[in-house]
Write a new protein. Structure first.
Length: 557
C-alpha cells in the first residue's frame, strides 16, 4: 500500500480528514477496508525517513541518567536551605512520584505511536490540533532560549579552572553541539550513553562519600549522623522567617516547586521515537523502570545531602554556576577532602553539554513533528542524508547567538528575563501531557479497547495517578509565584516568569481554534484501533536472549 502525506495542508483540513476522509487506494476500496487515518498512514513513512540509530541501551541510559545534571549536582543545596533536610527529601520524593506518572503516560502513547515530536504529535492525534499548535510553539520558544543557556552554563563551569573570554567557550561548545546534531542520531546516542555512565559513577561516588563523612570516615574523623536533622532548625526550615507550621509548609512547597525543574526533560524518552530501534519494546522498558531510577538517583541523593550539609550553611544559596556551589563540594571541604570539587565540576560540564545536545535533539524533532502536522513551515521536514531534520537544527543553531548577550551586563539582564519566562514551560508541558493522556485513556474506554491486552504497553495506576498529578501541577502553576503576594516580597520579574505562560497558551490556543475552526476530537473518533492494527501488522523482532555476563547487566538490558 502506498501512502501520500501533504504536510503543507492546513490543520483544519487535517483534523477533518483525521478519521474519515483520508484517500485510500482502489484495492482497499474494493476490499471494503476502513480508511486509514492520515497520521497512521504517515507513521510508516516517517519510520522509513529516519534511521533507527537509537538502540535499547541508548534509550535506557538516557532515561536512567539523561536528566541528572545541574539540578541535582548544583541546585539541590538550595532545597536544603529552603526547606530543611526532611522538607527537601519529601519535596523530591513526592515530585518524583508525580513525574513517574507523566513518564508512564507518555510511554504508553509513544509505544503505540512511535513518531518524532513526543506529546506534540499525540495532542494532534488524540486530543485537539489547537493544543498541539499552542504547546508546540511554547516548546519551540523554550528550546530557543534554553540551548544558549546551556552554552553559557558550560562556559561558566570552565571558569572553575581557567578564566578567559566566555565568548570563546560559547563558540566552541556551540559548534560541537551543531556538528553533533547534524550527524547520525547514533552519534548523539553514544555521547549520551557515555555522559550517562559518567553521571551514574559520580552519583554513586558522592553518595558513598556522603555516607563515609556521615559515619566519621573523613579526614577530620567527625561523625555527623543525623545531627543536622536536629540542629540548628530541625528537619524543616521556616521559610521567609514565617513562624510555625505555616512557615515550614511554605519551605516545603518552595522546594517542591523547585524540584520540578530538577526533573525537567525526564518525559523526553519518546521525543525521537521514530529514530529508536524497536520502540515498542524500548520505550515501555524505559518507562517501567523510571520510578526505581528516581528513587536511586534523586531521592537517595537528596537524603544524603541533608545528612552532610547544615541548612544554615551560607554557601548553599550562593549561585556560582560551578562546582563550588554544589552541596557535596561544601560537605567535602567541611570534612577536609580536597579532590572532589574538580571531579564534580568535570562531570557537571559534561552534564551541561549533554543537556544542550538533548535540547538540540528535542527541539528539532518537535519542530519537525509540527511541520509534519502543518503547524510549522513545511521546509522543517527536510531530512539530510544522515536522517536528520537539518533545517530545524539550523534554526536552533542561529539562536545560539543569544548566549553572547551574557557578555554585556545590560543584554545579560534581558537574557535572564528570557530564561525566567520559559522556566515554567516544563510545568505547562507536563500538564498538556496529562491532559492528552487522559483523553487517550478515556477514548480507549469509550471504544472498549482493552489496554492491557491490546496495546503494546499499558501504564499502571491509571487514570488515578494522572488525575492526581494533573490537579497538583495545576495548583503548582497558580501558586508558583506566591512569594510575590507576600507583603514586602513583590518581584515583577518573578510574577511575569511565573504567570506569562497562562495568557500565552490561552491566546495561542484560542486564536488557532478561532482561525482554523478546529474542534476537540470526540472520544469515539480518536484513531486508536488503526494504530493497534498497524502495531499488530508490523511486529518487532524478538530480542536476543542474554548470555554470559549480559545477565548481570541491570542498567540497560
Amino acid at each position: 500500500m502506498s501512502f501520500v502525506i501533504s504536510s503543507a495542508s492546513s490543520s483544519k483540513d487535517k483534523s477533518s480528514k483525521l478519521v474519515s476522509d483520508v484517500e485510500r487506494p482502489e484495492s482497499d476500496l474494493e476490499m471494503g477496508k476502513e480508511p486509514e487515518p492520515e497520521n497512521v498512514a504517515g507513521q510508516l513513512e516517517e519510520l522509513h525517513e529516519f534511521r533507527q540509530g537509537l538502540h535499547q541501551r541508548h534509550i535506557q541510559m538516557i532515561a536512567l541518567a539523561g536528566t541528572v545534571g545541574t539540578g541535582l549536582f548544583l541546585s539541590s543545596g538550595k532545597a536544603i536551605a529552603t526547606a530543611g533536610p526532611l522538607g527537601a527529601f519529601l519535596a523530591y520524593t513526592f515530585m518524583g512520584i508525580l513525574t513517574a506518572s507523566v513518564v508512564s503516560g507518555v510511554g504508553e502513547m509513544g509505544a503505540l505511536v512511535p513518531l518524532n515530536g513526543g506529546v506534540i504529535r499525540y495532542a494532534e492525534i488524540f486530543c485537539d490540533p489547537a493544543l498541539a499548535f499552542a504547546n508546540g510553539w511554547n516548546q519551540v520558544y523554550s528550546y530557543i532560549v534554553s540551548i544558549p543557556s546551556e552554552l553559557v552554563a558550560a562556559a561558566v563551569i570552565v571558569e572553575f579552572w581557567v578564566t578567559i573570554n566566555n565568548a570563546i567557550w560559547i563558540t566552541i561548545f556551540g559548534i560541537l553541539m551543531i556538528v553533533t546534531a547534524l550527524l547520525f542520531v547514533r552519534i548523539y546516542g553514544e555521547l549520551e550513553f557515555g555522559f550517562s555512565i559518567l553521571k551514574i559513577m559520580l552519583v554513586i561516588g558522592i553518595n558513598i562519600m556522603a555516607l563515609v563523612i556521615t559515619c566519621g570516615g573523613g579526614p577530620n574523623h567527625k561523625a555527623i549522623g543525623f545531627s543536622y536533622w536536629k540542629e540548628p532548625f530541625g528537619p524543616f526550615v521556616q521559610y521567609l522567617s514565617i513562624g510555625g507550621s505555616w512557615g515550614r509548609f511554605l519551605g516545603f512547597w518552595s522546594a517542591f516547586n523547585n524540584a520540578l525543574y530538577a526533573y525537567s526533560g525526564i518525559e523526553n524518552i519518546t521525543i525521537a521515537a521514530a529514530e529508536t530501534k524497536s520502540p515498542r519494546r524500548a520505550i515501555p522498558m524505559a518507562a517501567r523502570r523510571i520510578f526505581v531510577r528516581i528513587l536511586l538517583f534523586y531521592v537517595v541523593t537528596i537524603f544524603m545531602v541533608g545528612l552532610v550539609v547544615p541548612s544554615t550553611d551560607p554557601n548553599l544559596l550562593k549561585s556560582s554556576g560551578t562546582a563550588s556551589q554544589s552541596p557535596f563540594v561544601i560537605a567535602a571541604r567541611n570534612a577536609g577532602i580536597k579532590a572532589v570539587p574538580s571531579i564534580i565540576n568535570a562531570v557537571v560540564l559534561t552534564s551541561a553539554w549533554s543537556s544542550g545536545n538533548s535540547n538540540m535533539l528535542g527541539g528539532s524533532r518537535i519542530l519537525y513533528g509540527m511541520a509534519k502536522q502543518g503547524h510549522a513551515p513545511a521546509f522543517f521536514t527536510k531530512i539530510n542524508r544522515f536522517g536528520i531534520p537539518y533545517i530545524a537544527v539550523a534554526l536552533y543553531g542561529i539562536f545560539m547567538a543569544l548566549g553572547y548577550m551574557t557578555l554585556s551586563s545590560s543584554a545579560s539582564n534581558v537574557f535572564n528575563w528570557l530564561q525566567n519566562v520559559v522556566s515554567i514551560s516544563t510545568l505547562v508541558n507536563w500538564i498538556c501531557i496529562l491532559v492528552v493522556y487522559l483523553r487517550f485513556f478515556y477514548a480507549c474506554k469509550k471504544q472498549q479497547v482493552n489496554r492491557q491486552a491490546e496495546l503494546p504497553w499499558a501504564a499502571p495506576f491509571q487514570p488515578y495517578s494522572s488525575w492526581i498529578a494533573l490537579i497538583i501541577f495545576i495548583i503548582l502553576f497558580f501558586t508558583g509565584g506566591y512569594t510575590t503576594f507576600i507583603h514586602g516580597h513583590w518581584s515583577t520579574e518573578t510574577f511575569i516568569s511565573s504567570y506569562f505562560n497562562l495568557p500565552f497558551i490561552i491566546v495561542v490556543y484560542g486564536g488557532y481554534k478561532l482561525v482554523m475552526k478546529t474542534k476537540v476530537i470526540p472520544l469515539e473518533d480518536v484513531p486508536i484501533r488503526p494504530f493497534i492494527q498497524q502495531y499488530l501488522d508490523n511486529p518487532e523482532p524478538e530480542p536476543k536472549p542474554k548470555t554470559g555476563l549480559q545477565k548481570l547487566n541491570i542498567l540497560w538490558s
